[in-house]
Write a protein that binds this ligand. Structure first.
Ligand SMILES: Cc1cc2nc3c(=O)[nH]c(=O)nc-3n(C[C@H](O)[C@H](O)[C@H](O)COP(=O)(O)OP(=O)(O)OC[C@H]3O[C@@H](n4cnc5c(N)ncnc54)[C@H](O)[C@@H]3O)c2cc1C
Length: 341
């Protein structure tokens, strides 16, 4: 375990916010967890669990211990003609694991290519993209239970996965440190081409029988076209979740805005793209000082240089207010805010 006092967190969050932690503890071995948590509890310190910092906004210095999960390792637990069951340590980089899987002809993750962050955080918000969520291949996970000081295993059902949601954002929020995640991947390709943008891109190049490798490369290309380059425009991906509204609410808004895009989830609930709502309120491409809304994707707030966490939060609050005033829809943050408002 590496301990750094008064540590700068600028390289530990993709918004590149300049802030500090009283202590940064980098964990490379799960055995260090019980010692560290014991120390934290005895000294009444506050703590926060960090992966790659790509879904986090620090709004101030952190007066406690940031536990950076850097536990590495991948192994095959089981292999049949049909599937492979992988055990992946939480500190592994998600994109690297997707790349390795495809190279080894283990399929399923191709639509989830190039999502920044760690494997341990993937189940926390049930990451998803292009019609696939990590829950579709999730088998089980192991977490360190902070109050019981023991390792616990959870199945797919136990994790209560939902759209950008899981038990780790609710009952187990800040109570569990995920150490290993197990995914069951296919040895025979089963492609998911349900997402229109992906389907259209494949049709554009007249590809009749796309392979998983082709899908993987196509997704990487689509993402780099659509999303800001993290090295040049720091951000944390979608700042807000796409709101899911009742049929009644949808009808009320749709009557006024018949061009509004939507996805029917079931008879009662409809998902509306938050980016469209934000764009209608005139935010796309707007910049205030060092913070702004990305000009190619209105769901993404970017740091143009020296924005503080509070600057970013303030813009997010203004966006939320204008969407609520205009559509009567309340946007929920996808990004985790660490610190005061
Ligand atoms: C450019 C860009 C594009 C993105 N695109 C997508 C996308 O397409 N789809 C999508 O779903 N997300 C997307 N995201 C968001 C982000 O990539 C994911 O949320 C990712 O899973 C975050 O991983 P992380 O390791 O950086 O988590 P962090 O930001 O470090 O943490 C996120 C949350 O998980 C918790 N956490 C982290 N590790 C653990 C652990 N081991 N145990 C328990 N809790 C833990 C933290 O406490 C925090 O609450 C994007 C982000 C960026 C910057």
């Amino acid at each position: 375990m590496e301990i750094i006092e008064n540590a700068s967190l600028v390289n530990f969050n993709t918004f590149r916010i300049h802030c500090k932690a009283k202590i940064l503890a980098i964990i490379r071995n799960p055995n260090d967890l019980s010692f560290l948590m014991d120390y934290i509890q005895k000294n009444y310190l506050q703590y926060y669990i960090l992966g790659g910092g790509s879904n986090i906004l620090f709004t101030e210095d952190y007066d406690g211990i940031i536990i950076k999960n850097d536990i590495k390792g991948v192994r095959i637990i089981e292999s049949t003609n049909e599937n492979v069951l992988l055990d992946i340590a939480a500190g592994e980089d998600w994109s690297r694991i997707v790349e390795i899987s495809i190279k080894n002809k283990f399929y399923g993750f191709e639509n989830l290519a190039a999502i920044p962050g760690s494997v341990g955080a993937a189940p926390v918000q049930n990451i998803g993209a292009y019609g696939v969520e990590q829950k579709d291949f999730f088998h089980s996970l192991i977490y360190y239970d902070i109050s019981e000081s023991q390792l616990v295993e959870l199945s797919n059902d136990d994790c209560k996965f939902n759209y950008r949601d899981s038990i780790f954002k609710n009952e187990l929020k800040n109570k569990a440190i995920i150490t290993n995640v197990r995914y069951k991947l296919n040895k025979k390709p089963i492609l998911n081409l349900s997402y229109n943008e992906l389907k259209n891109e494949i049709q554009k190049f007249l590809v009749v029988e796309p392979t998983p490798e082709y899908i993987y490369n196509t997704i990487k290309r689509l993402r780099s076209r659509k999303l800001p380059d993290l090295a040049k425009l720091p951000n944390a991906g979608s700042f807000f979740k796409n709101p899911i509204v009742s049929k009644e609410k949808f009808d009320e808004v749709y009557q006024k805005y018949p061009n509004m895009p939507f996805f029917v989830l079931n008879n009662e609930m409809i998902k509306i793209p938050a980016g469209w709502l934000i764009e209608q309120c005139g935010w796309k491409g707007k910049r205030i000082g060092d913070v702004g809304v990305f000009d190619r994707h209105a769901l993404i707030i970017v740091n143009y240089g020296n924005a503080t966490g509070k600057d970013i939060l303030h813009l997010a609050q203004q966006i939320k207010k204008s969407v609520e005033d205009r559509f009567g829809i309340i946007l929920e943050n996808e990004v985790n805010i660490v610190g005061s408002n």
